[in-house]
Ligand binder design. Structure first.
Ligand SMILES: Cc1cc2nc3c(=O)[nH]c(=O)nc-3n(C[C@H](O)[C@H](O)[C@H](O)COP(=O)(O)OP(=O)(O)OC[C@H]3O[C@@H](n4cnc5c(N)ncnc54)[C@H](O)[C@@H]3O)c2cc1C
Length: 337
């Protein structure tokens, strides 16, 4: 049985793993993080498994293409996914300060009742995929028989083929001189933009559980307690995302200074007071969402078929969870074809 090494246990890795397992490959997935999920990142307030959770990476996703819709239909049926129907507002700054206007955008928003990370973990678990977390690939080398991945203290892994789903900059670092085989890596650092993410405990905002902001440092605010189905608590968990321009200009600022700016802005927009807010978590996503040169490829992956290596990930598919899924599936097709 041919063996494939999938680097990255995010959505693209899961999609590729499921398709290759189904096609009869011996699949091993490694991820440098402590758990699968990648940018579908969820945490709980405390170690208590009953404590409230929040997503601090992807907030929800949409499903427009047929094969992905099939997957979603299955997972909705299994209760691992659910539809989220918040009251969505757009914040607009006018002469008299901020105004929250109801958004006409009523697309189907998909979440997982225990956080999006839970869904990605489920994808790997229900197919019994061999996923090894806490194992970062330090170097990737072509051998006479296929590929060798160096995993530092975890040794080496040999495989006939590789699907590399790390964000572009990290993929380029692993490939070294072989980067040249992948023209798409030419402007790797412009493929994904950064995002500062903040989680604060704060009261509910009347008639608004999700907020698009098109001016100033913030771009998105979401009441994650509403996603979790909690309706009565006054201390709700809000995830705040900074926009790409602010995040890039303040990439190296301290978490404290980012938190001060974003909570003040959130308070201004919602007419809450910063005294009503408590900081729960800050996170800097260095490679978050499509950057200036993130056009989607067709197919949404890049392969060197003779060498059995394929690059995959949302950054090759126009971004988003659905893009990552499509890219992983396309990468698997390159190997099975
Ligand atoms: C703040 C934020 C908000 C977002 N909001 C949305 C949203 O609302 N809707 C939506 O659809 N999408 C959203 N996204 C985008 C979405 O999260 C991504 O498109 C999707 O999760 C990408 O999946 P992926 O598998 O391509 O990459 P990733 O999830 O980044 O997975 C790549 C994996 O590779 C691993 N890795 C990297 N290097 C190595 C190495 N050397 N060795 C081993 N493992 C390695 C990483 O640890 C990671 O787990 C958001 C993203 C962010 C950051």
């Amino acid at each position: 049985m041919a063996k494939v090494l999938i680097i990255g246990a995010g959505v693209a890795g899961a999609s590729a793993a499921l398709a290759l397992e189904q096609a009869g490959w011996d699949v091993v997935v490694v991820d440098k993080a402590r758990r699968p999920g990648g940018r579908c990142a969820t945490r709980r307030l405390s170690a208590d498994p009953a404590s409230p959770w929040f997503d601090y990476g992807a907030q929800y996703f949409t499903a427009r293409t047929a094969p992905f819709r099939d997957r979603v239909a299955h997972d909705l049926e299994a209760g691992i996914l659910a539809r989220w129907t918040p009251q969505v507002c757009v914040a607009e700054r006018g002469e008299h300060g901020w105004q929250l206007n109801s958004s006409p955008d009523d697309r189907e928003r998909l979440i997982s009742p225990n956080g999006l990370n839970h869904w990605v973990r489920y994808l790997f678990e229900q197919a019994d995929i061999d996923v090894r977390c806490g194992q970062g690939v330090r170097g990737l080398y072509r051998t006479a028989k296929g590929w060798r991945a160096d995993l530092g203290e975890h040794g080496r892994l040999h495989a006939d083929a590789v699907v590399l789903t790390a964000p572009a900059v990290q993929a380029a670092a692993l490939l070294g001189e072989r980067t040249q085989a992948f023209p798409v890596l030419g402007e790797a650092r412009h493929r994904l933009s950064p995002c500062h993410s903040l989680v604060v405990a704060a009261p509910a905002v009347p008639d608004c559980q999700a907020l698009f902001v098109h001016q100033g440092p913030l771009s998105w605010c979401a009441d994650n307690s509403h996603k979790a189905g909690q309706t009565h608590s006054d201390a709700r968990l809000w995830t705040l995302h900074a926009g790409p321009q602010f995040s890039a200009e303040h990439l190296e600022d301290t978490p404290e200074s980012i938190a001060t700016t974003l909570t003040r802005e959130f308070a201004n927009i919602t007419a809450l007071s910063t005294r009503q807010m408590r900081l729960v978590r800050t996170h800097r996503w260095r490679y978050a969402r499509p950057g200036p040169v993130a056009e989607a490829l067709d197919p949404p992956c890049q392969a060197v078929p003779d060498e059995g290596i394929v690059l995959a990930g949302d950054w090759l598919a126009g971004g988003r969870v659905e893009g990552a899924w499509r890219s992983g599936a396309a990468a698997a097709a390159q190997l099975t074809d």
